[in-house]
Write a protein that binds this ligand. Structure first.
Ligand code: IPE
Ligand code: IPE
Ligand code: MG
Length: 252
């Protein structure tokens, strides 16, 4: 079944955020602060991923989405890009079986055609292996860009509806790369910057945004709980007034 769109229907409000989406930023600065090469920050960042995946399982969060490499990150020095790719391959090789044993479903979304064919095959194999798992869906956004996603979905929508000239949101949504997941309830960006950097542009329409100065390698279960506590203090109105929300609470 397709997930409800926050702009077309009022979403049900989950007690625990169903979907947490994270921009894992600050690896380089974490390392530089310690007089280490940037790569050390990325290595430490992979460890932080492991901890947060575990914390999400414990907290019964359904979907965790991690921005690992943006379509603009190719602009980085070639050496750093190739190192990030190698790290990705190593982490996949090392973690997939453990994830599978823990009932985690792994998805990788983005323009994967630009990756080494061997890496593409590893990704496909990991997705196949874990496809039936339901404890937690972990999505890695790799060579992902929100604009790319909207454009690729638009292309597929047009192809699927030959002759149609008027399009609606619900015609586009099934073609977005994360159509299998509900829209994020909570967006977290670590590392102190307060921007979206071309992450899930469409899907973040009504996400609650949380920014922290903590660098990604230091982001642990305690830091996640701070973000969730902040989420619990928000009033999600989806366009309505506070008074309407109060009325609805009284009625239920
Ligand atoms: C995030 O950390 C990881 C990736 C973008 C791959 P950065 O590498 O952007 O770290 P900073 O922002 O330079 O500290
Ligand atoms: C966003 O971080 C992308 C990822 C975390 C993968 P960046 O470090 O690339 O973002 P900007 O360049 O500071 O906006
Ligand atoms: Mg950064």
């Amino acid at each position: 079944m397709a997930h409800a769109s926050s702009t077309l229907v009022l979403p049900e409000l989950p007690e625990v955020p169903r979907h947490v989406a994270v921009i894992m930023d600050g690896n380089g600065r974490w390392a530089t602060k310690r007089f280490l090469p940037r790569v050390a920050g990325h290595v430490k960042g992979v460890e932080a991923v492991r901890g947060i995946v575990r914390a999400c399982v414990e907290r019964k969060i359904g979907y965790l989405t991690l921005f690992a490499f943006s379509s603009e990150n190719w602009r980085r020095p070639a050496e750093e890009v190739s190192l990030l790719m190698r790290l990705f391959v190593t982490a996949l090789g090392r973690e997939v079986n453990k994830m599978h044993a823990n009932g985690i479903c792994l998805k990788v979304v983005g323009d994967l055609a630009r990756f080494d064919p061997k890496l593409q095959e590893m990704i496909a194999e990991a997705e196949r292996k874990t496809a039936g798992n339901t404890v937690l869906v972990v999505t890695i956004c790799a060579n992902y860009g929100g604009r790319w996603d909207i454009m690729q979905a638009t292309g597929k929508m047009v192809a699927a509806n030959p002759g149609l000239t008027h399009f609606t949101e619900d015609l586009l949504a099934p073609h977005l790369s994360m159509a299998y997941a509900p829209e994020p309830d909570l967006f977290i960006r670590t590392g102190g910057e307060e921007r979206v950097s071309n992450f899930l542009l469409w899907q973040l329409a009504y996400a609650e945004l949380y920014f922290t100065d903590t660098f990604w390698p230091d982001f642990d279960a305690v830091a996640l709980d701070l973000a969730i506590a902040s989420y619990h203090q928000r009033e999600r109105r989806f366009g309505r007034t506070s008074a309407q929300i109060e009325e609805q609470k009284k009625a239920s």
